[in-house]
Design a protein around this ligand. Structure first.
Ligand SMILES: NC(=O)C1=CN([C@@H]2O[C@H](COP(=O)(O)OP(=O)(O)OC[C@H]3O[C@@H](n4cnc5c(N)ncnc54)[C@H](OP(=O)(O)O)[C@@H]3O)[C@@H](O)[C@H]2O)C=CC1
Ligand SMILES: CC(=O)N[C@@H](CCC(=O)OP(=O)(O)O)C(=O)O
Length: 349
């Protein structure tokens, strides 16, 4: 009898669903028992993703409609939800009631406060009663609460790119209480696999655009986590940009150091926080991360610099939005929640 965890991917035909499948197909402790899609229900998985023809487990899978009964009948023990936000509760509540662990990639369970969700998402939270059960699962920063958790909320892609560099510095009280500014660039897969004119090749290629100002919805979870780290209200502004690449996020953060704090203190704090953490690579002073070194992997690369002329600390990060920003982080959380080594199925994947 297999001792592998039986996993389902709900929303398996999307970009983060596809990356989840790629990682889970190679995961030695996971057996994929169900993959859902409304559009492809009844179709073999490899008809939609021919790259996996001949791959054990992939060949035998057929998309099913997203249906709780089907997930239960397949023997699912852990369900990864890779659905557009606003839908996860429809699945999470009945799955949790059936004793099935839920690892959600959407924004639905990231916030502890339902009013904050409404302020940023424009509608009341559909299942506020579940918020207190959920763990905000950024493994390098909240790892202690992940083991054994039943409802895991994976952070957003942009938030991961900001929180990894910023949270240790706020916890150590190294930053001035002045506004922090952030600019990020994301590949087009960040917008999902939907048909939408602004994301067509001819609309995005050879062009870069800012969007989402002044209140991108990710500021809700970033603010929540930065305030928690600092123990005070942290002011932050954020401008995302869409760039014509498939995958990757490059983030640049400008912040002021407190009086007497040096770039050396920043380096010491980051190195102390991330020593032994396999997926955070600290590049060093004046070293600029590059998405080409992280795409396809679960790494986040971080660099820093102190601009003496402007008196500003510059923090830089690069990650793959679909992997460390979504599916890789979800698998990392799966590993930690089940007590598997953190890197299982993720090394270079
Ligand atoms: N793309 C990224 O970089 C990141 C995405 N995320 C989050 O992950 C989640 C998935 O994102 P992404 O993969 O980009 O999205 P996609 O649009 O690429 O995929 C969405 C998936 O959900 C399914 N789906 C859509 N509507 C419904 C519905 N009403 N009921 C059931 N299934 C549905 C789709 O299949 P079908 O329509 O056939 O049912 C598809 O499989 C989102 O919440 C997103 O915010 C998080 C971090 C980064
Ligand atoms: C390029 C692009 O459009 N990126 C998406 C963010 C990615 C995402 O899916 O975020 P959630 O997990 O919070 O939904 C956006 O800015 O809305």
């Amino acid at each position: 009898m297999s001792t592998k965890v039986k996993v389902a991917v709900v929303g398996a035909s999307g970009y983060s669903g596809r990356e989840l499948l790629r990682l889970l197909l190679l995961h030695p402790q996971a057996e994929i028992v169900a993959v859902t899609s409304r559009a492809h229900a009844g179709k073999p998985l490899v008809a939609e993703f021919p790259r996996w023809r001949g791959v054990a487990n992939a060949d035998s899978l057929t998309f099913v409609a997203p249906d709780i009964a089907a997930l239960k009948a397949a023997g699912t023990q852990t369900a990864f939800l890779a659905l557009p936000h606003g839908l996860a509760h429809e699945f999470a509540a009945p799955l949790l009631n059936a004793g099935i662990q839920v690892i959600d990639l959407s924004a639905d369970f990231r916030l502890r406060n339902a009013a904050l969700y409404e302020a940023f998402y424009g509608h009341p939270h559909p299942a506020p009663e579940l918020l207190s059960q959920a763990v905000y699962a950024l493994p390098e920063l909240n790892g202690e609460s992940i083991a054994g958790a039943q409802l895991l909320a994976c952070p957003g892609c942009y938030p991961t790119s900001m929180l990894v560099p910023l949270v240790p510095l706020l916890r150590a009280d190294l930053l001035e209480n002045s506004p922090i500014s952030v600019a990020s660039m994301s590949g087009v897969s960040g917008a999902g696999r939907k048909e939408s004119v602004p994301f067509l090749f001819c609309e995005c290629n050879e062009s870069v655009r800012s969007y989402g100002v002044p209140k991108h919805r990710h500021l809700s979870e970033v603010g929540q986590e930065l305030d928690r780290a600092a123990g005070r209200h942290v002011r932050i502004s954020f401008v995302p940009h869409l760039v014509p690449v498939n995958q990757g996020i490059c983030t640049t953060i400008f912040a002021a150091l407190r009086e007497g704090i040096t770039a050396g203190d920043v380096e010491k704090t980051l190195r102390g926080t991330y020593a032994g953490r396999p997926f955070v690579r600290l590049l060093g002073t004046n070293q600029c991360p590059d998405t080409k070194n992280v795409t396809g992997t679960n790494f986040i690369d971080v660099g820093w610099s102190f601009d003496e002329r402007a008196g500003q600390l510059i923090l830089m990060s690069a990650e793959d939005n679909l992997i460390k920003g979504a599916s890789g982080q979800a698998v990392q959380n799966f590993n930690l929640a089940h007590g598997f080594p953190e890197t299982t199925g993720l090394v270079l994947g």
